[in-house]
Design a protein around this ligand. Structure first.
Ligand SMILES: Nc1ncnc2c1ncn2[C@@H]1O[C@H](COP(=O)(O)OP(=O)(O)OP(=O)(O)O)[C@@H](O)[C@H]1O
Length: 266
């Protein structure tokens, strides 16, 4: 019998995505285990967000490739709404979309409908949904902001509201695309602690970042992407070296370790 713990979160083989006649992902094969947290790092335009878009079924790989596999949690075919419930996706694009006059609470509730905003005439918001939204807001320490408008809170608070929106479904994984962009140091620190606590609560974390210091201690594996290909993949301490990052970014890079965190300088 197959145990759920044996089914990888993601099992991709031979993924090539062509846009404007160019392979923006070039024969990528990648497996992420059921309990793994990973960071994906690469220069601008290397294909990180495109890889996430294959995961969220926004981009599709070329189909007539032998051995192609795009399984998520053991399934190839996904209803897009079910998939979004299993993968809590947090991107800067989503934050811009949610920057409206809705309250934090309604934004969190909108996660149930994969919508931007709440439309009372169409959505049946249940007592259970409201209770879960309150619970998640408390877990993230932003319950006091529930009735604030998204336009009246800070970027760090808004990022947490989006995490709450993703968590109401009790997703299997959180996918964070450059989550600390434009946050100040205190917000970054709080954000990292939040993501750590979510990882400790048993969710997979898939983090896309340029900033090594975003890599929380619970992330043990790092994947480097360059020119649409996997450039290196392995244990964090083996991958985050001066040599690898210098070759990845094509500029001399020095990596430093501070406790359980890393930083890079060029
Ligand atoms: N829909 C599209 N049409 C044409 N080109 C695209 C499309 N989506 C992505 N690309 C190109 O694919 C390459 C990879 O883009 P992607 O957004 O995945 O990079 P990234 O590593 O996430 O970059 P960044 O760190 O700057 O966000 C880029 O050259 C980009 O211009």
């Amino acid at each position: 019998m197959t145990n759920n713990a044996d089914i990888p979160l993601l099992d991709f083989k031979n993924i090539t995505v062509i846009k404007d006649g160019r392979a923006i992902l070039d024969n990528i094969s990648l497996q992420i285990g059921a309990d793994e947290n990973v960071a994906i790092i690469g220069p601008n335009g290397s294909g990180k967000s495109s890889l996430i878009k294959v995961l969220t079924r926004e981009y599709y790989p070329i189909a007539d490739v032998p051995g192609l596999r795009t399984d998520i949690m053991g399934e190839e075919m996904w209803n897009i709404f079910d998939l979004r419930k299993q993968l809590g996706i947090i991107t800067t694009d989503l934050q811009y979309s949610c920057l409206r006059d809705d309250t934090v609470f309604d934004t969190v509730i909108s996660g149930y409908f994969s919508s931007i905003g709440i439309y009372d005439d169409f959505f049946d918001v249940t007592i259970e949904m409201k209770a879960m939204a309150n619970e998640v807001l408390k877990f993230l320490g932003i319950h006091h902001l529930a009735h604030q408008k998204m336009t009246k809170i800070s970027s760090g608070e808004a990022r947490k509201a989006l995490i709450a929106r993703a968590l109401v479904h009790d997703p299997k994984a959180l996918v964070l695309d450059e989550p600390t962009n434009s946050l100040d140091m205190k917000s970054i620190d709080q954000f990292r602690k939040t993501v750590s606590s979510i990882a400790k609560a048993g969710k997979n974390i898939i983090l896309v970042t340029h900033d090594l210091s975003d890599i929380i201690p619970e992330i043990k594996r790092v994947i480097l992407i360059k020119d649409g290909r996997i450039f290196a993949d392995g244990k964090k301490e083996d991958i985050l070296t001066d040599e690898n990052l210098t070759a990845l970014f094509e500029v001399p890079v020095t990596v430093q370790k501070h406790g359980e965190y890393y930083a890079a300088f060029c």
